[in-house]
Design a protein around this ligand. Sequence first.
Ligand code: MG
Length: 332
Amino acid sequence: MSETKDIITMAHGSGGQASHELMSRVFGKYFHNEILDALEDAAVLDMEAGKLAYSTDSFVVTPLFFKGGNIGKLCIAGTVNDLLMMGAEPKYLTCGFIIEEGFPIEDLDRIAATMAEEAAKAGVLIAAGDTKVVDGQGGLYINTSGIGIIPEGRAARAANMKKGDKIILSGNLGDHQACIYSARMGIENEIQSDCGVLKDITDALYGAGITPHTMRDVTRGGLGTILNELCKAAGCGMRIEESQIPVDDKVAGLAGILGLDPLYMANEGKMIAVVAEEDADKALEAMRQTEHGKNAAVIGTVTEDANVQLVTGLGGVRVLDVLYGEGLPRIC
Ligand code: MG
C-alpha cells in the first residue's frame, strides 16, 4: 500500500485513503478524545443550559514558526482568549486547516502537537475539525472556533464600564509584532512573541472574587485601537497614563528604529481588565501573581469624556486615536 509521503499532496485532501492516513498520523495522534473518536459528522456536546460565548478567528501568520510560538499556539490562544474575555470558561474548539500542497508533514506534526499542548492548558477539547488541501506554495491557514460557558454572575461587557473604573493592562506591549517584524526582516534579537492563553489571569481575577466590568485582549491594532473600540461601544472615555504602560526595552528599541509606536503594536498574550475602583488593588495583586500578568499595571481610569486621552510621559495630554492605515499584514 502507498505510504504517506512527507509533504502534503492533493490526495491528503481527497477524503480518501491518504486523508485517513493523515488523520491517524497527525491529527488523531494529538487531538484524540471521546468526541472526535466517535468519528461522526458533527460533535455532540454535553452542555449545561445558560449563557454561551462563541467566537471564531482565522490565522494566516507568516512565518508559521517564530520565537515564543507558532501558528498552532496562536490559533488556540487567540480563540480561547476571546472566550475568556467574555468571562466564559472555554470548553470546545473546532479547527479547520487549509493546507497548500507541498507543506511538510513534519511541520504539521509540530503545529498539531503545540495545539494539543495549548488546548490542554486551556482546558478545552478539540471537538471537530476539517482539512482541505489547495494548490499553492506550501502555506498553511487555520480557522478555530470556540464555545465557552459563562457562569452565573459574570458579565464582562464594554457597556458595563463606569466612570472611575480602573484599567489594568496585563503586561508589556508590542512583543508579538516586534517578534514577527524581526523574523520577517531577518533582524537577530531575543524578542519573543507573547502569544499565550490568558486563563491564568482570568482564573486569578475571578478566584480573588473580582468581577471585571470589561475585559479585552489587546491584539491587532494595539492598545490605542482597542481602548477606542471599547469607549465607542460603551459611550464613555478614558484617561491613560503613558508613564504607567510597560514596554520591554528591547521592543522599545526596535520600535524606535522602525518608527513604530508600541501603543499600536499587536500582542497575542495581553489583555486589559476594567474593574471597579475599589477592586483595583486586589485585581492588580491577583494578576501579578500569574505568569502572563506578572508585569501588570494600572494604566488609567474610565471617564465621561467622548475620547481616549493620553497623558504623555512629559505631562502633556493628547487624544489617543485608533490605528490609521495598515498595520503589519499577516501578523496573526
Ligand atoms: Mg479579542
